[in-house]
Ligand binder design. Structure first.
Ligand code: G3P
Ligand code: CA
Length: 241
């Protein structure tokens, strides 16, 4: 029998709730997911903000870059109506609010914080994220991931043991070499990489593979057989039933 991969709610239960909101995170806890994946950008005032895009345009009624707005401005926006009228009034949380929720009794979810610093440089972001993780004693429950290899190397320089996951898109051949060089602990990849010869080599070299974003639960057999450690999905219930 193949070992079953853990199920992470991608941007929370983003198939049923507006992504990266507390409603989507609460639904992940209630669904019995093993973990949550979320995205972090940095506001003008240095606050760490949970949102996927560099701008607020797609997921709120507002417009503008996160880097040009204060968190006070960002927090005013409606981050639910774009998804469904019933979700009107959901707000964009900051990372600290999420971590406060994550340490409430009964919440043992693993937390994959993706640093969204591959399109925009956010100076000092790594240190701020690590400080918050340490403040809430969440070192053993957090995995920091990024498409930005240099940023993950900075995380490793700042903290020797925090788990880091090197994020890749497609099937790049040099993944294993980069992951080793930056001291990453795992590789976060698409299904194609996990099932490729490079994926197999990475796994054999001791890098767990965490796969995004799989919404078809019939893929779980193949992925479990390939030894994938985590499946990230917008619909965790489909995999947990
Ligand atoms: O962390 C895995 C996955 O979330 C990366 O892609 O665009 O959904 O942030 P994206
Ligand atoms: Ca992400």
């Amino acid at each position: 029998m193949n070992k079953k991969g853990k199920i992470f709610a991608h941007r929370g239960v983003s198939g049923r709730y507006p992504e990266n909101t507390m409603a989507a995170f609460q639904a992940a806890l209630e669904a019995g997911a093993d973990g949550i994946e979320l995205d972090v950008q940095m506001a003008k005032d240095g606050k760490l903000v949970i949102i996927h895009d560099e701008t607020v345009d797609r997921t709120t009624g507002g417009t503008g870059y996160i880097k040009d707005m204060t968190f006070e401005e960002i927090e005013q926006l409606d981050a639910g109506s774009w998804f469904a009228a019933a979700n009107a009034g959901e707000t964009i949380p900051d990372l600290e609010k999420f971590l406060q929720w994550a340490v409430i009794e009964g919440n043992e979810l693993l937390i994959n914080i993706e640093l969204k610093n591959d399109m925009i440089e956010y100076p000092g972001m790594e240190e701020k994220v690590i400080d918050l993780i340490l403040k809430y004693g969440l070192e053993l429950r957090v995995i920091i991931s990024s498409f930005n290899a240099e940023s993950l190397r900075r995380v490793r320089d700042l903290h020797e043991t925090l788990q880091t996951g090197y994020l890749i898109e497609g099937v790049p051949e040099n993944t294993l070499e980069i992951a080793k060089k930056i001291g990453a602990n795992s590789i976060h990849c698409e299904e194609g990489f996990a099932l490729s010869e490079f994926g197999r080599a990475a796994k054999e070299a001791g890098f767990p593979l965490r796969v995004y974003t799989v919404n078809d639960e019939t893929r779980s057999g193949t992925l479990n057989k390939a030894g994938v450690e985590v499946i990230m999905t917008d619909f965790p219930e489909r995999f947990l039933k």
